[in-house]
Design a protein around this ligand. Sequence first.
Ligand code: SF4
Length: 478
Amino acid sequence: MKPVTINFRSKAAQTLADAQIQQSIEHVYTGFFKGRLLAAAETDNWEDLRTKGKAIKDHTIAHLDYYLGMLADSVEKNGGRVFFAADAAEARQYIIDLAHKRNIKTVIKSKSMVSEEMGLAEAMNTEGFETVETDLGEYIIQLANETPYHLIAPAVHKSRSDVAKLLDDDYKDGDRIPDATELTMMARKKLRGVFERADMSVTGVNFAVAESGSIALVTNEGNGRMSTTVPRVHVAVMGMEKIIPSIQDLSTMLRILIRSATGQRISTYVTMVNGSRKFDEEEGPEEFHLVIMDNGRQKLLEDPQMRESLNCIRCGACLNACPVYRKVGGHAYGWVYPGPIGAIVSPVMTGVKDASNLPSASSLCGACHDACPVKINIPRMLLELRWRTAEGSTDKDERTSSAKERGIWKAWRVGMMGRKRFDIGSRLANLAMRPLAKNGWLKKAPPPISGWTSTRDFPTISARSLKSKLSKRSKGGK
Ligand code: SF4
């Protein structure tokens, strides 16, 4: 699994200092966040839909083995092949081997966070296949050699002139900035030829329907439909949680996904794929493969405190609602999944130690919980992960706190649990702080608590408690 290597603090500081990115990511609030509220208000039963969506996902995740088996049978009945991959490396290898066996030259990709998780485009390019993203945002990110910034808007941080520079080698600062339609036409012109010569496609999966073996893809650009009909081989990749039992469930899930993601009532395209082309059909791939990847999801499934995160339908609403994401941006989260949901799944999937800053990158305001169409209680899980990094749960390896830090908090807890101990502790703390404080304020605390005063002053702890001051006053003292 790709390790989390980016330091949250330094990456967040860079983004905070970048006025252009700050302006660009504001769109997630003005566009997506407000759009979701309007789209939800249009339905007179939004809360019922959310409750229904949560019930569908709770039920499916509780019976995941059963529904995965049913999905595999249904896909095979439709003429497709199913491959279960334990991790990203296995999934990549399956697709690369298949491409070699079928003598593939050009692979087109439609937007898929799971393929990002696999590092698929990079691996396929290294193997010598021409691999091109066809979602406009993903294409821009591929040209910029970056990772997606947002679950549904990978290039939301790019300005129009950034995009023009990436799409047009001759474009220079100072030239007229093309409008969005012109930029789209520039990308379209470049991508047309790729679609025509592609002999394999890799797409994501928004929902896989167990009873019918259908794959639902939600797009606004039509690239998903082109990718699933033009090349002779179609490979769909999904995390094992992207499953729902029935077509009836799909109607609920599409309503909440699309409204929560872009604020649309329905996306421009909803493509349903039912295996490979049948003998009486004129269009469609000759071969259909479904790659179902675990890659750490089993860990989430086995963890009763974290299992709920598998209900995620990757709509991005929690990112748009999050005051932290809207300032620090997507790259600060270091791995494929940014924002509040990324702060939960990344630590569990990649290891808490490697992503220990992420659970603390939240004000715990609860906006993500309110926004989530399947009611995932993100703040509860963030608190659980904070506890694990501080204290360590059953797995001591999850701890990132030092023995000294734990010792300080232990002493604090003991001190807070008795009146006398509290009073003595306050007096001792006051004595320790006095030589370092000025006019009652500590400006620079010593290690290991120096972080507390890095951005604010700390008032010296009073030698006497409020209770003793009040009792003195009631006895006539000052
Ligand atoms: S946690 Fe909820 S709001 Fe966030 S991406 Fe997943 S489904 Fe959407």
